[in-house]
Design a protein around this ligand. Structure first.
Ligand code: F6P
Length: 495
């Protein structure tokens, strides 16, 4: 029996660019969702055939989507890029998904001024609907191409993230009556509590919930986010909600709405530890290990690796480092903070302003504390994956202090990569706090003084304790590898 697995996500596993001579070059898609799904697809096994449907992100992708929508990804997974007009994509991705839904779920709005949902938002919302319809059409097309389905292992559809919250319902409408098609939706973000979710216009908030409830299974990384989703279904939608254990993994509750039942589940995503450790042994990473070691001397290293993302709370992280240096002069000359941020969502004005703010604060810290033979801080805004792995390998302390985060993979990758064992200063608002909380140093991400104190505690921690905590963190991260994360979701759709 061959089971078909259809993945749908905004960002796909590959994106293309035109070289100067007009030829196409392929680059792997980045970020936690793409990494988790790509690596998790190993769980599908030889009995499965996979197609990954994604949006075109670059000019070259758009050309390809028109000429040859069935591209191949670098791992040999068939990828189908949708021919979505740039204007529709920009409105759906930048204005609705990333400026409204992302801001709601991460509770990022500067509420005296934003959001303002006016007539322009209505146009954006129409584009978001069209974008979701394009995915639903393609998924239905792929699912129906596999018919007659009952003779086979069925079709399992894995829809990813807040970009595609309407797609499960739209797909269900297109597949009406077709047996053995299981639809799952997974959110890699947090979910907002009803009082904050209510910032969305009433019909929009309801449409998002109703759209997701078109799925058979709705998944989150942490019990908190699943519980908030269930609360929103109850309060905003008036659906019949049954809540389970809010702290555990697996089933978290169920929602009955419009005559259908949707299971809400928790599937934490960890890391593929052996693959990550093997990658870190490669020459490009080891060259960075050598050059970073030379540049920072024998000093202790506080490391952070993020996207230039508002929710990652980089500015308060820098403020905490500044407070550490201001209040604990014993660390002067003995510690270096490596803050590596790779550019993200630069089309959104708030992201550009935030990146400038980060750079300004970093510059101030360097000017305030540097000495002729000590540079206290290196902030780099550039995408360099091998260098990020090298920094994690060398870290004594990893700082992960998001305002809110669906999971956070860096907090898990750091201990797995660490050579000497690293202490993790972790925001209590990261989904990963649910699994790593016993062995990390948890902080309130808004409390700069508490974060500075945790950095001091982490730096001063005895070696044996740091190594013990790091080993425990690495073991927890390795216990939920992507293959298990994705395999559990498929098994759940089979039930
Ligand atoms: O957290 C949601 C998420 O999709 C992550 O999986 C990923 O790291 C990030 O957002 C990427 O965002 P974008 O595709 O906008 O760069």
């Amino acid at each position: 029996m061959t089971q078909r697995v259809l993945v749908a996500s905004n960002r796909g596993p590959v994106t293309y660019q035109f070289a100067a001579d007009g030829t196409l070059t392929a680059t792997r898609g980045g970020g936690g969702m793409v990494g988790g799904v790509s690596s998790g697809l190993a769980a599908v096994g030889p009995k499965g055939t996979v197609t990954w449907i994604c949006a075109p992100l670059s000019d070259a992708d758009r050309v390809l989507a028109r000429q040859d929508p069935q591209a191949l990804d670098p791992d040999g997974i068939p990828v189908r890029m949708l021919d979505i007009p740039q204007d529709i994509f920009d409105r759906a991705y930048n204005n609705v998904a990333n400026s409204a839904l992302w801001f709601v779920h991460h509770m990022l709005f500067d509420t005296p001024n934003q959001p303002q949902f006016g007539y322009q938002f209505r146009r954006d919302w129409e584009a978001y609907l069209a974008y979701n319809e394009a995915f639903a059409d393609a998924l239905a097309d792929e699912a129906l191409a596999g018919a007659p389905v009952p003779a086979s292992g069925g079709v399992r559809v894995l829809i990813q993230d807040y970009h595609l919250s309407l797609a499960p319902r739209l797909l269900r409408e297109r597949l009406d009556g077709l047996p053995d098609v299981g639809i799952g939706h997974f959110s890699h973000t947090p979910w907002a509590p009803p009082d904050y979710y209510r910032l969305l216009p009433r019909d929009v908030g309801r449409a998002v919930l109703d759209g997701m409830l078109g799925a058979d299974r709705v998944g989150f990384h942490a019990g908190r986010w699943a519980a908030a989703f269930l609360d929103c279904c109850e309060v905003i939608l008036g659906a019949e909600v049954h809540k389970g254990d809010p702290g555990g993994t697996g089933p978290a509750g169920r929602v009955r709405h419009r005559g259908r039942l949707t299971e809400v589940e928790v599937h934490p995503l960890g890391v593929d530890a052996p693959a990550l450790q093997a990658r870190a042994l490669a020459g490009d990473v080891q060259a960075h290990v050598a050059s970073l070691s030379r540049a920072t001397g024998r000093r202790k290293l506080i490391v952070r690796v993020d996207r230039t993302e508002l929710s990652k709370n980089i500015v308060r992280g820098l403020a905490a480092y500044r407070e550490l240096l201001a209040t604990r002069p014993e660390w002067h000359g003995r510690v270096v903070h490596l803050a590596f941020a790779y550019p993200s969502r630069s089309a959104i004005p708030e992201y550009r302003a935030y990146t400038d703010h980060m750079r300004r604060v970093a510059q101030e810290i360097v000017e305030e504390f540097r000495t002729p033979d000590w540079n206290p801080l290196m902030l780099e805004v550039r995408d360099d994956y091998p260098r990020s792995l090298a920094a994690c390998a060398l870290a004594d302390v990893l700082l992960v202090n998001p305002i809110r985060d669906g999971m956070n993979l860096v907090a898990q990758e750091g201990p797995v990569l660490s050579e000497r064992g690293c202490a993790v200063v972790l925001s209590r608002e990261a989904g990963a706090a649910a699994t790593l909380g016993d062995d990390a140093l948890l902080v309130n991400p808004y409390d700069v003084s508490e974060t500075a104190a945790a950095l001091h505690q982490a730096l001063a921690m005895p070696d044996t304790e740091r190594r013990r905590r790091s080993a425990a963190l690495a073991a927890t991260a390795a216990a939920s590898p992507p293959a298990r994360w994705l395999g559990d979701q498929l098994a759940s759709l089979d039930r």
